[in-house]
Structures are given as structure tokens and as C-alpha cells.
Design a binder for this molecule. Structure first.
Ligand code: ADE
Length: 244
């Protein structure tokens, strides 16, 4: 069982996420528990303030220590992984998704306004960014992280349906087709209709390499290629030269 708690000022943000498709099914089955909890439930002042002006001046408001830290303390267990969403965090990729998904108990902190009082970071195990851009709050980022980790948990989707996903083997996924075999003159590649499993495997590997070479050559810089992959990549480089 995986327990995901999102601490946020806007719990309703997550309503449609909980009620839709694969995530809904995972929650209904009980393989995942997902809960969005309001920081405001932990304020001690009579106005339920969670934010305050910034010391030293400047525009905007910051989430203050007391309600945020109390919310963390009230919801974490000794096994919890407390993750702050922020553009200053480690950039999310599928490797980090796998690491996060290994935790049975995860707490996601969503900032809003100008962000968090710096001292809140002392109560956090990991800070994660979903990319080099700035959102109005951490909620869309927490949604992205929740979705990506929940789908990797046992029984949520068939494991053979994520083995070939983009990034799982360091490459983009190969092109895929469904019927009809001909659509507006565009054909499904013959090999995929041949029933020849070894040829299909080779085609998929080569086309996966081609997509990666054309769209994300940076992924090939760090990935080791075996002999077969190396041969395919040389062929692709020649073929792409010819077609230009
Ligand atoms: N909050 C605001 N921008 C963010 C980002 N890029 N990633 C994670 N949390 C954020």
C-alpha cells in the first residue's frame, strides 16, 4: 500500500485527479491512498493566516513556518519521505520518479505565493522541481509527481505496459499503430503485421533509437549502446543523411 498525502492550501485542486481513470481505479482498489490536506487546518492564529510579508521587504507573501511545519509534523511517520515542490528542487526525471515511488509513505508540500520561509526546508527530505519554469503554486507539480509515482506501483497498470515507456530504457518509445492498416494513404509498417516477433523487436529497437537520435540526442550522450544498438544507430545516421 502506498500512502500519498499532499499538503496544500487548495485541496479541491486534486478532486478530478482522484476521480479519473487509472488513478481512480488504483484508489478504489485500495493499492494507493491519496489525501489532500489543508495547511490552514494547522494555523494557530484566529484569522487562520498561513502566510506573511517578506522580511527585508519585497513584493508578495511567504508561507510561514508554524502552520507548514505543524502540518508536516502531524502527518509524517518515521518512514515518511517529505518532498517539497519548488522550482529550486532537483529536476524530475523517470529515474527520480522510480526513487520516489519506492517510498510507501510520501508527503508532498505545495507552495503558493512567493514560496516558503527558508527555515521550512529543514523539515524536508527532498526538494523536487518538475522543470525549469515557474508555476503559480506547487499543486500542478504535486499532481505530476503523484501521477508518475502511482502508475509505477504494483497492480496499478500492467508492468509490461511501462517496461517500454519512453525513458525506461534511456530511449524514447518506438512508434505505435492501431487499425486500420491504411488511413488516408498512410500505412502501418508491414513488419508490424507480419507476426514475426524477432523482426518486430528489431524494428522497434531501431525506431526507438531513431526517435531518440532525431528528437533527444542528449539522451544518447550518456546511454551506453550494445553492439546491436550501435549498429542500428550507424544505419540511422546514414539513412537520415540520405533523406536530408
Ligand atoms: N512550484 C512553482 N514552480 C514549480 C516547478 N517548476 N516545479 C515544482 N514546483 C513548483
Amino acid at each position: 500500500m502506498m500512502n500519498v498525502k499532499v499538503l496544500t492550501l487548495f485541496p479541491t485542486f486534486f478532486d478530478s485527479f482522484k476521480e479519473t481513470s487509472i488513478i481512480k481505479r488504483a484508489l478504489d482498489k485500495g493499492s494507493v491512498h491519496f489525501e489532500a490536506i489543508n495547511f490552514r487546518d494547522y494555523t494557530l492564529d484566529k484569522h487562520n493566516n498561513v502566510d506573511d510579508t517578506i522580511c527585508g521587504g519585497g513584493a508578495g507573501m511567504l508561507l510561514a513556518c508554524q502552520p507548514i511545519v505543524d502540518a508536516i509534523k502531524a502527518n509524517r511517520t518515521p518512514d515518511s519521505k517529505v518532498v517539497m515542490l519548488s522550482p529550486q528542487g532537483k529536476k524530475l526525471d523517470q529515474k527520480l520518479v522510480h526513487e520516489l515511488a519506492r517510498n510507501d509513505d510520501i508527503i508532498l508540500l505545495c507552495g503558493h505565493y512567493e514560496g516558503f520561509d527558508e527555515r521550512i526546508r529543514d523539515y524536508v527530505d527532498e526538494e523536487v522541481s518538475i522543470g525549469d519554469f515557474v508555476l503559480t503554486g506547487g499543486e500542478p507539480a504535486a499532481l505530476v509527481v503523484s501521477d508518475a509515482i502511482i502508475r509505477l506501483r504494483d497492480g496499478v497498470i500492467r508492468s509490461d505496459s511501462h517496461e517500454d515507456d519512453s525513458f525506461e530504457n534511456g530511449l524514447l518509445e518506438y512508434p505505435q499503430y492501431t487499425r486500420p492498416v491504411a488511413f488516408e494513404g498512410k500505412m502501418v509498417p508491414d513488419v508490424l503485421m507480419s507476426g514475426h516477433h524477432e523482426n518486430i523487436r528489431k524494428w522497434r529497437l531501431k525506431e526507438s533509437l531513431r526517435k531518440t537520435y532525431l528528437r533527444r540526442p542528449d539522451l544518447l550522450e550518456t546511454r551506453k549502446l550494445n553492439e546491436e544498438e550501435h549498429k542500428f544507430l550507424q544505419e540511422i545516421i546514414e539513412e537520415e543523411k540520405q533523406s536530408r
